[in-house]
Design a protein around this ligand. Structure first.
Ligand code: PSV
Ligand code: MN
Ligand code: MN
Length: 393
């Protein structure tokens, strides 16, 4: 197969026509390890500047028209003004992420806490997030729950699930008509013996109990090594409950490195399942997002590279001849079926994607174009005293 066969070119063009990748506001701030935050020149000083940086990623890739916000990191006086600013910059506000991990009150949990008053505080925080959604036009409330137990016996595993179900029900009841609640799972935190939402099964059970507007978020960094993530994708899609992706790469833990950097073949396999079930089309409702930090590499460029990595993998997934694959599978042609996938994965699509960008009036090489634009020098000169990832304003 070559990426220049006319039917292949068309398949990739059609498949990517409406495919977009949301970028996170927190990718543009200073970040680091648990031990050290590294400063970079020109990082945003407030949520407006984060949105401006996110808009650059869309300007050069044409594929990232939304930016996720994180509350309270991106708290502003007037969210309507922030949304209008985003629109001026050519992007819109995507998912609103709540924050349950930076408050002393949540030391023993938030939505699962034994004390009803603490749970009420955590629920109230989500009501604030829903207000932000109304003000910005966001449709997705994303909940990542850092709750869990450090020691066996510390609290009742079962009671925490009951409390979580009750808290989530209160949040769900406050959603607007066209809002969704996206519940993210994660199998560990460094100090935890047990997480309260460790896996997709737990997330799915809570979503099923809540209702149709509750969907699972799959963060690629939140699984044990060796987990077959594409199986989870296939299963959640089968039940219409895959709400969103948080893309990133991991080697050992929740590393939040650039998507496609650690294991491009895994990314391809995941996107192959997506394409097989037409979930790359906007009608599927799957929100493809990045959840990354750029600790040592330039941040806007890191985001551009990440968007390109997803597009390349998606293009390869679109190369797979679905009819031929189905025929090989039904015929029990093991090597033939596997060969169709490997052929697609091993095809170089970079030239094809550059051609298609050019057709749309976009730069063939978005990173080179960004570097040449002078934006990075400008923000380095203008922005003095930028912030750590998240905290702005
Ligand atoms: C923590 O693991 C985390 O990376 C989750 O994946 C969230 O999506 C993200 O932080 C932002 O809250
Ligand atoms: Mn995440
Ligand atoms: Mn994470």
């Amino acid at each position: 197969m070559t990426a220049h066969d006319p039917d292949v070119t068309l398949r990739v063009r059609d498949g990517l026509a409406d495919f977009t990748i949301e970028v996170p506001s927190w990718a543009y701030g200073n970040s680091g390890t648990r031990f050290k935050v590294f400063s970079q020149p020109g990082v945003p000083r407030d949520p407006f500047e984060k949105v401006a940086d996110a808009a650059q990623v869309h300007r050069f890739t044409g594929a990232s028209p939304r930016v996720s916000l994180h509350i309270p990191w991106d708290r502003v006086d007037d969210y309507g003004t922030l949304a209008a600013y985003a629109a001026d910059q050519g992007v819109s506000v995507g998912a609103i992420n709540s924050n349950l991990f930076q408050d002393d009150a949540y030391m023993l949990g938030s939505l699962t806490h034994a004390d009803k008053a603490v749970r009420a505080k955590a629920v109230a925080h989500h009501l604030e997030c829903i207000e932000v959604m109304h003000a910005t036009g966001s449709k997705d409330l994303k909940v990542w729950l850092p709750d869990g137990l450090n020691y066996p016996g510390q609290d009742s595993l079962r009671d925490r699930q009951e409390r979580l179900a009750d808290s989530l029900q209160q949040v769900y009841a406050a959603l607007g008509e066209d809002h969704r609640l996206l519940l993210e799972y994660k199998f560990f935190e460094p100090y935890f013996y047990s997480m309260d939402v460790p896996d997709w099964g737990t997330s799915l059970l809570h979503c099923l109990a809540l209702g149709d507007k509750a969907l699972v978020v799959l963060d690629t960094g939140h699984h044990a090594p060796g987990t077959n993530i594409e199986f989870i994708v296939a299963q959640l899609l089968r039940h219409g409950r895959l709400g969103a992706f948080d893309f990133n790469s991991r080697f050992y833990a929740d590393d939040d490195l650039m998507v496609g950097a650690a294991d491009p073949f895994q990314l391809f396999r995941i996107l192959h399942e997506i394409v097989q079930q037409d979930a790359h089309l906007p009608s599927s409702g799957v929100n493809f997002m990045l959840d990354q930090c750029h600790n040592i590499e330039p941040k806007v460029q890191g985001q551009i590279r990440s968007v390109l990595n997803v597009l390349e993998s998606m293009a390869k997934a679109l190369l797979v001849d679905r009819e031929a694959l189905k025929a090989a599978q039904l015929a029990g042609d093991v090597l033939g079926a596997n060969g169709l996938l490997m052929d697609a994965f091993n095809t170089d699509v970079r030239g094809l994607l550059a051609d298609q960008r050019e057709e749309r009036g976009l730069p063939r090489d978005p990173i080179a174009a960004y570097k040449a634009s002078g934006y990075q020098d400008q923000i380095a000169a203008d922005r003095v005293g930028g912030n750590q990832a998240g905290w702005g304003a």
